[in-house]
Design a protein around this ligand. Structure first.
Ligand SMILES: Cc1ncc(COP(=O)(O)O)c(C=O)c1O
Length: 374
């Protein structure tokens, strides 16, 4: 039973589509495209469009609708906070109560000692903040020449200039250059594509490439490496179990920081609060967004390890903030959203549903057009 009223809201779908076509710029949509799907209602895992058609929201929007659509608790969190104080800045000494609570909760949930949180409006802003903090950390410690960023082909880190520079798909660079300099893309392990590794074991290939790159650029010029624990946009690709621990070890040996971009993988999507728990690595930064508020309002967060936070907050502090850093309403939603994930045991539910779906889908593996079930 889908939880919608029998009669969909009365909407002039054709007029809406016309207005959309003439006024909106959509990401990744050719200008002459006339196709539009106008969503008007969401309830639980269901959506309904302007023509009254119903859909199972199997992608969770853009991989973020962790607690489902139409949650009363989140609506009330927004209304309650907006009635009291919809917005105030968190620059300088100013703060607000709702920003402190989810920060505390994130620190409790963090898979490694990470005592500080920097709020943003979304994932790419948090990626930029991580890259800036990584460079500042080395600069303040007397190694200002450590500016290089190691990223990976097929990695996705959003489309701010820092995020896009780290992103490893050429389509995000072509026509937008010059991109941020001093970024090198490495090969990630994708065992389903052995042609990328010329017969070598994928992890061995990647580790050798990383070692050679560090030697070529010079460890003393490399600030940080960024990667998704599980490649998302590239097709949800899990790495071999020893890949990240070995990468972490190599980076640590050379004084290079590690950012895990967990914009997709955090808050239960893989049955843990963070994928880093499953990888068994302690990063210096974790980038999150999306499931932090289940998409109800925009919010991203950067979790920062103590030793880095202690350096970037000293002297004049971390220079640069976003207008919406620590947005009270967004933070109030995050706190309640995290409470729902916990109260309703959604981490265990993700594992159960994932196991069920995986088992059923694996039956399709024999079909010649199916390459791999992930
Ligand atoms: C791994 C990863 N990092 C960063 C981003 C960018 O996040 P946002 O679109 O909120 O800026 C995304 C978005 O899909 C992502 O998947």
């Amino acid at each position: 039973m889908k939880p919608f009223n029998a009669t969909p809201p009365l909407i002039d779908a054709d007029a809406l589509v016309k207005k959309d076509q003439s006024r909106l710029i959509h990401p990744h949509l050719p200008g002459d495209s006339t196709e539009r799907v106008v969503m008007v209602e969401g309830a639980g895992c269901w959506l309904r469009d302007a023509h009254g058609r119903e859909y199972l929201d199997a992608t969770g929007g853009l991989m973020l609708a962790h607690v489902g659509h139409g949650r009363r608790e989140l609506i009330e969190a927004v209304a309650g906070q907006m009635s009291q104080l919809a917005y105030y800045r968190s620059f300088h000494e100013f703060t607000n109560a709702p920003a402190t609570h989810p920060a505390e909760r994130l620190v409790e949930l963090a898979p490694a000692p990470m005592e500080r949180v920097y709020f943003t409006s979304g994932g790419a802003e948090a990626v930029d903040a991580a890259l800036r903090m990584a460079r500042l950390y080395h600069h303040r410690r007397g190694e200002p020449e450590r500016t290089w960023v190691l990223a990976r082909n097929f990695g996705y880190h959003g489309v701010t200039y820092g995020g896009a520079a780290a992103t490893g798909f050429p389509m995000f660079h072509q026509g937008f250059g010059p991109m941020m300099p001093n970024v090198r893309h490495l090969t990630p392990p994708m065992p389903f594509h052995p042609e990328l590794y010329g017969g070598e074991d994928p992890t061995e290939f990647c580790l050798r490439e990383l070692r050679e790159t560090i030697e070529e650029i010079g460890a003393e010029r490399i600030a940080v490496m960024i990667g998704e624990p599980i490649l998302g946009v590239a097709g949800v690709v899990e790495p071999p179990a020893d890949y990240w621990p070995r990468v972490r070890e190599l980076l640590t040996a050379h004084g290079i920081l590690l950012v895990l971009d967990e914009v997709i993988t955090s808050f239960g999507r893989i049955g843990r609060w963070f994928a880093a728990e499953r990888l068994g690595v302690a990063p210096d930064f974790i980038v999150t967004a999306k499931g932090l508020t289940s998409g109800y309002v925009p919010l991203g967060a950067l979790l920062v390890a103590d030793r880095v936070a202690n350096v970037v907050t000293r002297d004049e502090g971390f220079v640069g903030g976003y207008t919406y850093s620590g947005h009270p309403t967004a933070c109030a939603v995050a706190l309640e959203n995290l409470a729902i994930v916990e109260r309703e045991n959604l981490l265990a539910a993700a594992t159960d549903v994932g196991d069920h779906l995986g088992a059923r889908l694996r039956r399709l593996e024999e079909l010649p057009i199916v390459g791999q079930i992930r």
